[in-house]
Design a protein around this ligand. Structure first.
Ligand SMILES: *[C@@H]1O[C@H](CO)[C@@H](O)[C@H](O)[C@H]1NC(C)=O
Ligand SMILES: *[C@@H]1O[C@H](CO)[C@@H](O)[C@H](O)[C@H]1NC(C)=O
Ligand SMILES: *[C@@H]1O[C@H](CO)[C@@H](O)[C@H](O)[C@H]1NC(C)=O
Length: 221
């Protein structure tokens, strides 16, 4: 019995601990940015042991398409954010964990994306875990492959489907119209025929009334 209680207590405490931690989840970054817009470069590294106190600093690196090396572009530590690379001057903003050096979300926001921004980004966490009697440093690196697309290319599929929609609507209406005209002609022709026939019939009826039945049958044939 007491073992069951201990088990329940343990489960409850671990649940509370994970809840108080804000339930960190390592969501992957988006990888497609639209030229001229802003883009959030996501990078999340959860602590393996949420209950252990830690502090982390973060470095971001960038390898442009066609280049061989990573260049440091951004750092975030106790002293705050620094943009290191002039290509990103005034274009990067911190989007990660706030008001704490216990960083688990190191996302950054890139303003006014250009085609030159496509390439590979990597973010490196250097985390110091503080246990009661010792400290332990860990390092985690994550990679984001960014593609920059044009507003137009993104919409190509929808433009094509829109055009197809109009074509089919116009096509359908034209077909309906043709069908209508055709039917109208047919109907009016039939109507005329019917009129003529009924006129004939009337004539015949009048005729047969005035003449004998045989004449009427002959004409109807
Ligand atoms: C990220 O930063 C940008 C620019 O400062 C801001 O507009 C945006 O709301 C931020 N997003 C999040 C999720 O913090
Ligand atoms: C982005 O570009 C627009 C228009 O070119 C400019 O007004 C704005 O200041 C730029 N934003 C940043 C953060 O560079
Ligand atoms: C992109 O890179 C090319 C070549 O380095 C440069 O000439 C051009 O000005 C850059 N464009 C932007 C928008 O930064």
């Amino acid at each position: 019995m007491s073992a069951v209680w201990l088990m329940l207590l343990y489960l409850l405490t671990s649940l509370l601990v994970s809840l108080s931690d804000g339930a960190c989840a390592e969501v992957d970054s988006d990888t497609e940015a639209v030229a001229g817009k802003g883009f959030k470069l996501g990078c999340i590294s959860c602590k393996a042991r949420p209950e252990v106190e830690a502090s982390a600093k973060v470095s971001w690196y960038f390898q442009a398409k066609g280049e061989n090396d990573y260049a440091p572009i951004y750092e975030y530590d106790e002293e705050g954010p620094h943009i290191i690379d002039e290509r990103f001057e005034e274009r990067l903003d911190w989007n990660g964990s706030k008001r704490s050096m216990d960083i688990q979300d190191a996302s950054i926001y890139l303003f006014n994306v250009t085609y030159n921004d496509s390439g590979t980004y990597s973010c490196k966490f250097t985390r110091l875990l503080t246990y009661t009697f010792y400290e332990y440093e860990t390092s985690v690196t994550k990679v984001v492959h960014l593609t920059v697309v044009d507003k137009a290319t993104r919409g190509t599929a929808s433009i094509v489907s829109e055009v197809m929609m109009y074509v089919s609507i116009i096509g359908l209406q034209a077909w309906l119209y043709i069908e209508m005209v055709y039917c109208f002609r047919k109907i009016s022709a039939a109507g005329e025929e019917a009129l003529r026939e009924s006129a004939n019939a009337e004539y015949l009826a009048i005729a047969s009334e005035s003449k004998d039945n045989c004449a009427g049958v002959q004409v109807a044939e």
